[in-house]
Design a protein. Structure first.
Ligand code: ADP
Length: 491
């Protein structure tokens, strides 16, 4: 209880001290140091990032700094030079209030900038208009004040209507960011709540001064004393917000630097891998061509007549080497697509003809599959014909592998795109696998135990080709019902 009373007394003592000229000098000097540090921090950040909102904050804090610099000088003269304030009174009160308002307008706009981010021109006009109105009002108040001083040299600015105007303007300027931030809170950035609180705290002082003006003719000492610390507290809060914002930015910059470094490293690794893959694949192609050539010679009996058993074995070797060739082609093709070394040759062609020419397949025949081709005749699309053929073959061969009785092909000419579907009535694909289906080497079945051959590269190639055309590929599948691949090509 005693300690609480003591603290209250100390608080009152400090407040009273702050309301004296010496106390005011101390407070303003502290503010000057604070603003100089913050202005320096913002200027150096603005130099780096050139962000528009920093410009407003920078100008705002600079204006506050200049205001405090002038006021520190003036108070030094008053406190140490024993000069009376009224000698400076023709310009000082208006200059002080105008500079403070000028700074508050810029600060308020600096903090609400994110809310206006997409309406920048409107925002700029708003700031210019506010500053223009302020200067206009300040000039009018100055003129009236000079007239008043001419009539009565000991007049007191705090009882003038001009002062009331300044107070009301301050309340308005301080309220505007609160309004804009609360209206669009989600857009207002990370420290929106703190900014609102800081503006509200600042607002307490002009509100109290208005009460003092209206009810006590601005002479109530206690009200003035109580009002004093609020702007200072608010400024402390603003400073900490700015500090936190700048720290956030610095951390972000460090992270960005690290991410960039990692990206460059991964890109280099990727390029090395691509080079490696394409070199190895090329090297594998040459012996494979020889193997195929000698197999053909063996089959033709150039090394003597073959027994049935030998022919059977050679057939297996031939099939496997064909598979190996397919795999090498796929790897090479995919690495070229991934390295973006592929150029499209876009031309107009008849999709129905392309499909018809490539529809014949022994697999479908052996499995007795019914292929229902619903693609309209003379269905012209624009794409790279060879690449699109590969898209069709890769999806169609999968459908053949999995379909139980039929495969349906459809195409639609939509407003902005061509749509092409291949649907089978096979076992379908579980939901968990769907999103990974287009990853390279992704296969649902285990290749060691599955009867279905494949490499897991077909759909990855398809996706790359479709995306190169700026089209899309999607898959819809229901287990036990079937699978549908949908390709769209933009017109
Ligand atoms: P693969 O060469 O192994 O067929 P893909 O990339 O073409 O490689 O396909 C990846 C995997 O997607 C296949 O292993 C298969 O499990 C699954 N898949 C593709 N098409 C179908 C389909 N129509 N029905 C069921 N599963 C399919």
């Amino acid at each position: 209880m005693v300690i609480a009373q003591l603290l209250i007394n100390v608080f009152h003592l400090i407040n009273r001290f702050l309301a004296t000229e010496g106390g005011e000098l101390l407070k303003i000097f502290l503010e000057l140091i604070l603003f100089t540090i913050v202005t320096y921090m913002i200027i150096s950040e603005y130099g780096r990032s050139k962000k528009e909102n920093l410009k407003y904050l920078m100008l705002g804090f600079s204006a506050l700094m200049i205001d405090k610099l002038i006021m520190t000088g003036v108070l030094c003269i008053i406190v140490f030079g024993q000069v009376k304030l009224y000698l400076l009174s023709p310009y000082l009160p208006i200059l002080d209030n105008t500079l403070e308002l000028f700074a508050l307008i810029l600060l308020a706009n600096g903090f609400i900038y994110p809310v206006f981010a997409d309406k920048f021109e409107k925002f700029k006009k708003k700031v210019s208009l506010e500053l223009g109105v302020l200067v206009f009002i300040a000039i009018i108040i100055e003129v009236f004040w000079l007239l008043k001083l001419a009539a009565n040299p000991t007049a007191f600015f705090r009882v003038e209507v001009g002062y009331l105007f300044f107070l009301l303007l301050k309340i308005l300027v301080l309220f505007s960011p609160v309004f804009y931030i609360l209206k669009d809170f989600n857009k207002a950035g990370k420290y929106a709540t703190e900014v609102v609180i800081a503006f509200l705290i600042y607002m307490v002082a002009p509100i109290m001064n208005v009460i003092n003006f209206v009810f006590f003719n601005s002479v109530d000492g206690d009200l003035r004393i109580i009002a004093h610390p609020f702007p200072f507290l608010s400024i402390l809060l603003f400073t900490s917000i700015i500090f936190l914002k700048l720290v956030d930015k610095a951390t972000l910059r460090v992270r960005l630097g690290q991410a960039k470094q990692q990206y460059i490293h991964e890109k280099e690794l990727g390029e090395m891998k691509d080079d490696f893959v394409s070199t190895v694949s090329h090297e594998l192609r040459t012996p494979l061509t020889s193997i195929k050539l000698y197999l053909a010679l063996l089959k033709q009996g150039k090394a003597g007549k073959l027994s049935r058993k030998q022919s059977g074995m050679i057939k297996i070797v031939e099939d496997e080497s064909t598979r190996l060739k397919g795999l090498i082609e796929d790897i090479l093709g995919l690495s070229k697509l991934e390295a973006k070394k592929v150029r499209l040759k876009i031309e107009e062609f008849d999709l129905s003809k392309l499909i018809k020419d490539n529809l014949y397949s022994t697999v479908a025949e052996e499995k007795g599959l019914k292929v229902i081709n619903n693609i309209p005749k003379k269905f012209f699309v624009r794409a790279d014909i060879n690449k699109f053929k590969q898209v069709f073959i890769n999806i169609f061969h999968n459908a053949e592998k999995y379909a139980t009785s039929k495969i349906t092909l459809t195409a639609k000419n939509l407003k902005k795109e061509w749509l092409f579907c291949i649907e089978d009535d096979g076992p379908g694909i579980e939901k968990d696998h769907l999103e990974k289906l287009f990853d390279k080497f992704y296969r649902i079945e285990d290749y060691r135990t599955s009867s279905k051959s494949g490499t897991g590269l077909g759909l990855a190639i398809v996706k790359h080709i479709v995306e190169l055309h700026k089209g899309t590929i999607t898959v819809e599948s229901l287990p036990k019902k079937g699978t549908r691949f949908i390709v769209t090509l933009p017109k």
